[in-house]
Design a protein around this ligand. Structure first.
Ligand code: AMP
Length: 603
């Protein structure tokens, strides 16, 4: 058993792990800075040809831990039958693993990865299998169906991965998994990943794996008791909105917001600046000079929000940091402890807020176990709370301005002249001046339904292949408005909003081009597109995966981030009945100039 203790072992770089150059290239373009603990421990062992049993949860980076070494060892020329098979418990996970493989193979032209799951027609699967693929990612039920029918040849299989093995057994796939393990070549290399190690998995591993290396990430680090830990259940597309609401209502001094990749630090900082917050990005690509400047600004109050990756924030010691937000949960538990330790410095108290998507619940449990702390669940700040803060800031601004007696004296005469001349009450003049100050942006946030926690739904299918595991909004969770349209294959469409419109000289073909190319969608996935002055509405499949949102994070049209998100307003993509720009309220609410100012810390 190898126990990786990050506190003693210096983290290796991806370049030191022995991966193929094309794979390394893809990892760099994915924006990953350092291997997560499970990756650092697993990749060299798998590259060495050994079997692995890895104790790891979703969200730890385990997909790359097996996908990168498999891709490094594939024979690109051989598509006579699949070289690698990944078994996953659910359709959602199979699709996610597939998308991850495709991303990591992006610099290896010609590598074909096929998802195979129940509920999907056999036709396209058979065509793809006949054409030849390198990697198959599937649910055990459907893989068994193909084996029974003789439509999947695993006689030359070189790599077999059991992903979320405990979950597969819980879902009743034990027999299918054993059959697949037994009926594939003895020479294959096996990697088994499981969040827990029940006796059934031990037995499976003993029987079918060849002297496997057991990898478990261990650490005894505890978190600082001065730090209050909270978490917010949130779906991927809600994150920006959630963060901006938190920035408005939390009483913070300075904040570090952690994202997973370098690219995301830049795009998130840009989105926050566009909403009037004083934010900058820091990541491994930032030069030492810039880093020093940003840290100095954070210390002296010139900067309030730093959006950072783990690497960039290492060792940061700034007393002003009152809050840490894990916008993305870290890929390993030790990183969580390091991140939240950036606050609560020098005996002060600190706050740590983690965004948890439905499929990261497991990771939250692991964090609780690891840190011996139980983060409390928090609610998304309501529109009422946000508005109360905006109104009290509005009052504060008036009070502050009244203190500048010389200026007030001057304007008092100007206002008095108006009141006398036009016979208008003073309070109306004050209200009119507030209108001038506010501009077109509403002072108050429109009330919208709160996100509801997703309940797991039981579903049975002939293949016992379950879905419902992704970051997609579930029942009761805030999602895009359903559109009346459906795709040719009957899948429902929904209306999404992007932040580019007529003002940015955007045309439908640019929208389709950008979203299709960068989000990996097909032209057939698009429905109506309506271009309004400041934004556009696009009909897309209702079940867009978190990975698609992630892939579109940095997408720009006419130089502007598109910020794709579900449309929750009354906008219509149809020819009639749409809201005009004058009625338009941005998804994040109207950010007035006063609202943009950071609230003062009240203690
Ligand atoms: P997984 O546990 O495989 O589901 O991965 C969780 C998330 O972490 C995915 O969104 C990956 O893209 C991301 N990820 C995986 N490895 C790394 C890494 N070394 N650095 C940053 N993000 C990563």
């Amino acid at each position: 058993m190898s126990n990786t203790d990050e506190t003693t072992a210096p983290a290796p770089t991806f370049a030191e792990l022995g991966l193929a150059d094309a794979v390394l290239d893809a990892v760099t373009s994915a924006g990953y800075e350092t291997p997560s603990a499970i990756q650092a421990a697993t990749i060299p062992v798998l590259l060495d040809g050994r079997d692995v049993v890895g104790l790891a949860q979703t969200g730890t980076g385990k997909t790359a831990a097996f996908a990168l070494p498999i891709l490094s060892n594939l024979d690109p020329k051989d598509v006579s039958s699949p070289q690698a098979l990944v078994l996953a418990p659910t359709r959602e996970l199979a699709l996610q693993v597939c998308e991850a493989f495709e991303r990591y193979a992006s610099k290896m032209p010609g590598i074909r990865v096929l998802p195979v799951y129940g509920g999907q027609g056999y036709g396209p699967q058979l065509t793809a299998l006949r054409r030849g693929v390198h990697v198959v990612v599937g649910t055990p039920g459907r893989i068994m169906d193909h084996l029974d029918k003789g439509t999947l040849d695993l006689s030359k299989l070189r790599f077999l991965v059991l992903d979320e093995a405990d979950e597969m057994l819980n879902m009743g796939f034990a027999e299918d998994v054993e059959t697949i393990l037994a009926d594939t070549p003895d020479s294959k290399q096996v990697a088994l990943f499981s969040a827990t190690m029940p006796p059934q998995i031990r037995r499976l591993s003993k029987k079918y794996l060849n002297n496997p290396e057991e990898i478990q990430i261990k650490s005894a680090t505890k978190t600082n008791v001065n730090i209050t830990q909270r978490y917010l259940m949130v779906s991927y597309p809600q994150k920006v909105d959630a963060l901006t609401r938190i920035l408005e209502v939390e009483n913070f001094e300075a904040m570090i917001v952690f994202t997973r990749t370098k690219g995301e630090t830049e795009t998130l900082a840009e989105k926050l600046r566009a909403r009037g917050f004083n934010a900058a990005a820091i990541n491994g690509d930032v030069t030492q000079n810039v880093r020093e400047r940003l840290v100095a600004q954070l210390k002296d109050g010139g900067l309030d929000i730093l959006v950072a990756t783990d690497v960039a924030a290492r060792g940061l010691d700034v007393e002003r940091i009152s809050h840490v937000v894990n916008y993305d949960l870290p890929t390993d538990l030790e990183a969580y402890v390091h991140r939240i330790g950036r606050t609560g410095r020098a005996g002060r108290t600190g706050d740590a807020i983690s965004f948890v998507t439905p499929r990261e619940r497991y990771l939250l449990k692991a964090i609780e176990k690891h840190t011996k702390a139980t983060p409390a669940e928090m609610r998304m700040p309501s529109a009422d709370e946000v508005n109360a803060t905006r109104l009290s800031r509005f009052d504060d601004q008036i009070t502050e301005a009244l203190n500048d007696t010389a200026k007030v004296e001057f304007f008092r005469d100007v206002v008095k002249h108006y009141v006398d001349e036009f016979n208008v009450p003073e309070v109306d003049v004050a209200a009119a001046l507030a209108v001038v100050l506010q501009g077109d942006v509403p002072l108050l946030l429109e009330d919208r339904p709160e996100p509801v926690r997703r309940e797991r739904t039981e579903r049975t299918d002939r293949d016992r292949d379950r879905g419902d595991r992704g970051d997609r909004p579930g029942r009761g969770e805030r999602g895009p408005r359903e559109s009346s349209r459906s795709r040719g294959n009957g899948q429902p469409m929904a209306v999404y909003r992007i932040s580019v419109g007529k003002r940015h000289r955007v045309e439908p073909r640019q929208i389709v081009g950008a979203i299709a190319n960068e989000g990996g969608l097909r032209r057939g996935d698009f429905g109506n597109i309506t271009i309004r002055p400041d934004f556009s509405l696009v009909e897309l499949p209702a079940d867009l995966a978190a990975e698609t949102y992630r892939a579109l994070e940095a997408t720009r049209i006419s130089g502007k981030l598109i910020e794709l998100r579900p449309d929750e307003g009354g906008g219509s993509t149809g020819p009639k009945g749409g809201r005009g720009s004058s009625e338009h309220q941005d998804v994040d609410g109207g950010w007035s100039d006063q609202a943009r100012k950071k609230p003062r810390r009240k203690d």
